[in-house]
Design a protein around this ligand. Structure first.
Ligand code: IMP
Length: 191
């Protein structure tokens, strides 16, 4: 089956292609369709934004589409940055976002956090969502060079003490919010 994945994030697309390897599902992304522009994400929940992105691309193409919306929730910050993870800092780069997160948690002992991902399908037969999460905590210094975004700051409970950025892509996908959500993709595809 062919699906159009409404993302222009090359790292994310690479992770998801690895998760779906062997399932017979082939993905194209917005990087293959520059004429579609950026999918909007204007809501204040992961579910709203995942559906909004997939609906946007489906409305433009009529093709079966999927989209995910993800982010990190830090308990000491009341769940922030959450849906605003991508643009947490004014610069909106991974380095600036991570520096801001560390500054906000300076001296804070309670560092529990989680990654969340909502995956949406929108196609001619309707729309459906599933989700996934990964519990862990925020370290005080970035470690590792794999992955993207907040990975160097996040130690998942199941990672043996390593940050997400110290795990191989296969190790990350086995426990990550995105790996868990996309392993449930068959539940929302047309039967
Ligand atoms: P979106 O799902 O593309 O809107 O992603 C929102 C933001 O959440 C990303 O730009 C990253 O900052 C963060 N994020 C989402 N998933 C991950 C992940 O797997 N690792 C690290 N950061 C992530």
């Amino acid at each position: 089956m062919k699906l159009l994945f409404a993302t222009a994030n090359a790292h994310k697309a690479e992770e998801v292609r690895a998760i779906l390897d062997g399932t017979g599902i082939e993905l194209t992304t917005l990087l293959d369709h520059p004429e579609l522009g950026d999918a909007p994400e204007t809501g204040d929940t992961f579910e709203h934004n995942a559906l909004e992105k997939a609906e946007y691309v489906f409305a433009k193409t009529g093709l079966a589409c999927i989209a995910d919306d993800s982010g990190i929730e830090v308990d000491a910050l009341g769940g922030k940055p959450g849906v605003h993870s991508k643009r947490f800092s004014p610069e909106a780069t991974a380095e600036a976002n991570n520096a801001l997160l560390l500054a906000k948690l300076d001296g804070v002992a309670e560092r529990s956090a989680r990654f969340r991902c909502v995956l949406a399908y929108v196609g001619p037969d309707g729309k459906r969502t599933v989700d996934g999460r990964c519990e862990g905590r925020i370290v005080t210094e970035p470690r590792g060079h794999e992955g993207f975004g907040y990975d160097p700051l996040f130690v998942p409970d199941e990672g043996g003490g390593r940050t997400m950025a110290e795990l191989s892509m296969a190790e990350k996908n086995a426990i990550s919010h995105r790996g868990r959500a996309f392993s449930r993709l068959p539940e929302i595809l047309p039967g």
